[in-house]
Design a protein around this ligand. Structure first.
Ligand SMILES: [Zn+2]
Length: 123
């Protein structure tokens, strides 16, 4: 794909994401904006206990929802309760919710931005 086609694609992707005129935006900012919107989502640790979040809801075109599960797993992969948790959808579970609106990002867009930058640097 040539630089012009890539630029057209980037313009299209940014308009789709933000619905504003790309001609007003310096190219560096445009690429930075695209990267932040399409790079793979970093799932943060639980804001309450710092533990690893697990998927609570996903699919159906909805954003993926993560939460701090009341369970952890022993060395034989059997679920066991974390200390202080009762196994139900408790306050900790609800308050730890993290919503991934990016659906994990889009590696194709990231790859195209990378190629666009490399192509431009050769001109
Ligand atoms: Zn937690």
């Amino acid at each position: 794909m040539g630089t012009t086609k890539l630029k057209t694609f980037l313009d299209w992707a940014l308009k789709k994401a933000g619905n504003f005129e790309t001609s007003e935006i310096p190219e560096d900012m445009l690429l930075q904006e695209l990267l932040s919107r399409y790079e793979a989502t970093k799932i943060p640790p639980c804001r309450i206990c710092g533990g690893k979040l697990s998927v609570r809801r996903c699919g159906g075109g909805e954003p993926t929802v993560y939460a701090c599960s009341p369970n952890m797993y022993d060395e034989k992969d059997n679920p066991i309760l974390k200390p202080g948790r009762n196994g139900s959808v408790d306050k900790h579970y609800r308050d730890s919710e993290f919503i991934d609106y990016k659906h994990g990002g889009d590696s194709l867009v990231i790859e195209l931005i990378d190629r666009y930058r490399k192509t431009k640097s050769l001109m």
